[in-house]
Ligand binder design. Structure first.
Ligand SMILES: *[C@@H]1O[C@H](CO)[C@@H](O)[C@H](O)[C@H]1NC(C)=O
Length: 225
């Protein structure tokens, strides 16, 4: 019984994960070099800086996907005076708890749990900073990658190698394999018990049945419990 409950629990957990909004999590261009712009406390800017960004690259399709309660956020940095199709840097993430305060955004809105479709932009230092929020899933790797193929971006030397491979591929595979192994183990155990209670026994003669007839032996319900 415990296994059935565990299985149902996993199904429910899986369902919750699936029904949440999925947002891309990645950076491209020189977003990571603009930390002083995006976390300029003197200007009143306070927003998150995510460790995982380092191992991503939106433009090359190295993107993580994460569940999100509020909107998905996309920040684009345009250098003022540069050609129109030039992007200095971009960031995609979940808006949950991301922006605590910003001089670039309306002051009367709580952006920590912003749940609307909207775009805001402001010029600060030498940049046009555009913030886009969307309530749609942002979970299409090819779409995101293609979006940035039309922009010229400063090349960003990503540090991803084994780290991103482990996080994006090996880890989920290990978790799923462990779960499958546990299920198999549980099923095997239950079947083992079934076999024990099904003694190869012929009720007419009282003789033991040959082993080949094991599957055909009548099963008395109460013996199984
Ligand atoms: C910033 O750039 C975007 C996209 O090019 C443009 O739509 C927006 O009007 C600009 N905002 C400012 C404040 O210059």
């Amino acid at each position: 019984m415990i296994w059935i409950k565990l299985f149902i629990f996993f199904l429910l957990a899986f369902h919750v994960v699936l029904s949440e909004r999925r947002c891309a999590q990645c950076v491209a261009g020189k977003y990571l070099s603009q930390r002083s712009l995006m976390q300029d406390s003197e200007a009143g800017q306070s927003m998150g800086w995510v460790e995982e960004w380092k191992i991503t690259d939106c433009a090359r399709g190295v993107i993580r996907f994460i569940p999100c309660k509020s909107a998905c956020i996309n920040v684009r940095l345009f250098k003022i005076g540069a050609a129109e199709n030039t992007l200095e840097g971009v960031m995609h993430d979940c808006a949950d708890d991301m922006i605590h305060s910003s001089p670039d955004l309306p002051q009367d809105i709580d952006f920590k749990e912003y749940s609307e479709n909207a775009e805001f932009s402001n010029r600060r230092r030498n940049f046009n900073i555009t913030y886009s929020f969307t309530m749609a899933n942002v979970d299409n790797k090819e779409l995101i990658q293609n979006e940035y193929s039309s922009f010229i971006m400063p090349s960003y030397k990503s540090e991803y190698t084994w780290n991103s491979i482990i996080i994006q591929i090996a880890f989920p595979v290990i978790v799923v394999s462990l779960f499958v192994a546990l299920c198999c183990c549980a099923m095997y155990k239950e079947c083992g018990m079934c076999r024990k209670s099904r003694k190869p026994f012929d009720p007419d003669t009282g003789d033991d049945l040959p082993v080949e007839d094991l599957e055909m032996a009548p099963v008395v319900r109460s013996e199984l419990e």
